[in-house]
Design a protein around this ligand. Structure first.
Ligand SMILES: O=C(O)CCC(=O)C(=O)O
Ligand SMILES: [Fe+2]
Length: 201
C-alpha cells in the first residue's frame, strides 16, 4: 500500500518542507539499518566531503560517513527502498509538475558527536537538485539523544523560524534543496539515515 503522500506535498508547497512518519515500517527500518551496518563493516563507507568540484573533507563542518546506493541494487531491502522512492517521485510529478527525472541516494552514518553545519544542498554549479529527501533509520530514538535536523524556514516578514526534526526511524523529511538552509545537531549515539535528491533533467 502507498503511504499517504498528500500531507507532505502540501507541506512542501506551503512551507518549503514536509514530514511524513512511517514512510518505512519498523521492520523495513531495521532491515535497511542492518544493510548499512554490514556495508560499513565491510569498509565501503567514506568520510563525506563538501562541494562537488573540489571536494574537501572537513569533519568540523560535516562529520558523516556515506555510501552511495547503486540504483541497480538487487539487495531486497535497498531495492524496496528505491522502489518506494520511485513511487513517491511519480506522485510528486503527478501533483506538483516539478519535472523530476532522476534521483540519487546515499547511506549516511553520523558517529556520536558529529554534525553537519548549516548549509544549502544545491551546488552553485549544478542546480538539478530540486528536493532533498532524508529517511531516518534509527530505532528507539529519544528526544534526549539529540541529533535533530534543524530547518531554517523563512517567514513572510523576512525573519526565520527554526524547525527541529527528531531523526526517528521511518520518518521522511523532504524540502526544497535550493531554498531551505538546514543543519544536523550532534547526537549522543550513532545516527543513521538514507539521504538523497530528486533531480530535474
Ligand atoms: O541527516 C539529516 O538530517 C540531513 C543531512 C543533510 O543535510 C545532507 O546530507 O545534506
Ligand atoms: Fe543537507
Amino acid at each position: 500500500m502507498n503511504p499517504d503522500y498528500e500531507p507532505i506535498i502540501d507541506g512542501i508547497l506551503a512551507d518549503g518542507y514536509g514530514i511524513l512518519d512511517n514512510f518505512l515500517s519498523p521492520s523495513e527500518v531495521s532491515g535497511l539499518a542492518l544493510c548499512l551496518r554490514n556495508r560499513r563493516e565491510a569498509g565501503q563507507f567514506r568520510s563525506a566531503g563538501i562541494g562537488n568540484q573540489q571536494v574537501s573533507i572537513q569533519t568540523a563542518i560535516r562529520g558523516d560517513e556515506i555510501l552511495w546506493l547503486d540504483e541497480d541494487t538487487v539487495i531486497s531491502e535497498e531495492r524496496a527502498f528505491l522502489d518506494r522512492i520511485g513511487q513517491f517521485v511519480q506522485y510528486v510529478n503527478q501533483t506538483c509538475y516539478l519535472g523530476l527525472r532522476d534521483y540519487e541516494f546515499h547511506y549516511a552514518l553520523y558517529p556520536t558527536g558529529t554534525v553537519y553545519k548549516r548549509h544549502l544542498d544545491r551546488f552553485k554549479s549544478d542546480s538539478r537538485r530540486k528536493l532533498s529527501v532524508i529517511c531516518y533509520l534509527n530505532t528507539n530514538w529519544q528526544e534526549s539523544d539529540g541529533g535533530q535536523l534543524a530547518l531554517y524556514v523563512p517567514d513572510a516578514d523576512g525573519s526565520e523560524q527554526q524547525v527541529t526534526v527528531v531523526p526517528a526511524g521511518g520518518r521522511l523529511v523532504c524540502f526544497d534543496s535550493g531554498q531551505l538552509e538546514h543543519e544536523v545537531f550532534p547526537a549522543t549515539r550513532e545516527r543513521l539515515s538514507v539521504t538523497g535528491w530528486l533531480k530535474t533533467a
